[in-house]
Design a binder for this molecule. Structure first.
Ligand code: 13P
Length: 243
């Protein structure tokens, strides 16, 4: 069985004064049967690891090279050195704003695994692709070219049009994509493919989490806005634990 995982992606939010949210999350994570991962901005990773007895820490991106003249970038090894165990890769905000294609995402995933980080590889379709019936094909193609040849990964399906909008696909639309991702992983990795966690992301909130977690092959969530406040994030952890 894949691990059940809830990941909080803080994106470009969070100052030292917000660290108190992690104390409440830590108490809830200690009681939960799920794996909990918080991905704060890089500036807070070291501080967050000090509070992270019952949850893991992740970065939000890494460079594909180990070191070098890449001003502003952070390597996978640096994230691991700071105490991270995971790294989000290929988030649509990186693909769009930083022109990262799947080939680069794959290189980053290889670098992450070499640094002993688990990459959380994000894929998802645009609204136009969804409306033209292309969602399954586009997501599978994106995943196929982003995947390293190593099954030590987590996959996050995030429809771009559902991120930060309050819109979510229907449960059958989510299940259709998660089923097809599972099929691809089984084809790619054999029996190991069935152990990879597939998360849903995009407007996951306390009031819709339970329903989403009922979908086929939904093993958890990648949560943006609702991960910033423990009062929103904890009910999502509880919904997955109960499911
Ligand atoms: P929201 O939960 O704010 O829609 O963000 C989803 C996301 O992009 C997580 O990576």
């Amino acid at each position: 069985m894949p691990a059940k995982i809830v990941v909080g992606n803080w994106k470009m939010h969070g100052l030292q004064e917000n660290m108190s949210e992690l104390q409440a999350i830590s108490i809830s994570a200690a009681k939960s049967s799920c794996d909990i991962v918080i991905c704060p901005p890089a500036t807070l990773i070291q501080l967050a690891t000090k509070l992270s007895r019952s949850f893991s820490i992740g970065g939000q991106d890494c460079h594909q090279e180990e070191f070098g003249a890449y001003t502003g970038d952070i390597s996978a090894q640096m994230l691991a050195d700071a105490g991270a165990d995971y790294v989000i890769l290929g988030h649509s905000e990186r693909r769009e704003n930083h022109l990262e294609n799947s080939a680069i995402v794959k290189e980053k995933a290889i670098a992450a695994i070499e640094a002993n980080l688990t990459p959380i590889i994000c894929v998802g379709e645009t609204l136009q692709q969804r409306e033209s019936g292309q969602a399954v094909i586009k997501v599978n193609a994106q995943l196929q070219s982003s995947l390293p040849q190593n099954s030590n990964v987590v996959i996050a399906y995030e429809p771009i049009w559902a991120i930060g909008t309050g819109l979510i696909p229907t449960l059958s639309e989510i299940s259709e994509i998660h089923d097809s991702i599972r099929g691809l992983l089984n084809k790619e990795f054999g029996p190991l493919g069935s152990k990879i966690s597939i998360l849903y992301g995009g407007s996951v909130k306390p009031d819709n989490a339970r329903k989403i977690f009922g979908g086929a092959n939904v093993n958890g969530a990648l949560v943006g806005g609702a991960s910033l406040k423990s009062n929103d994030f904890i009910p999502i952890i509880e919904a997955l634990s109960d499911g």
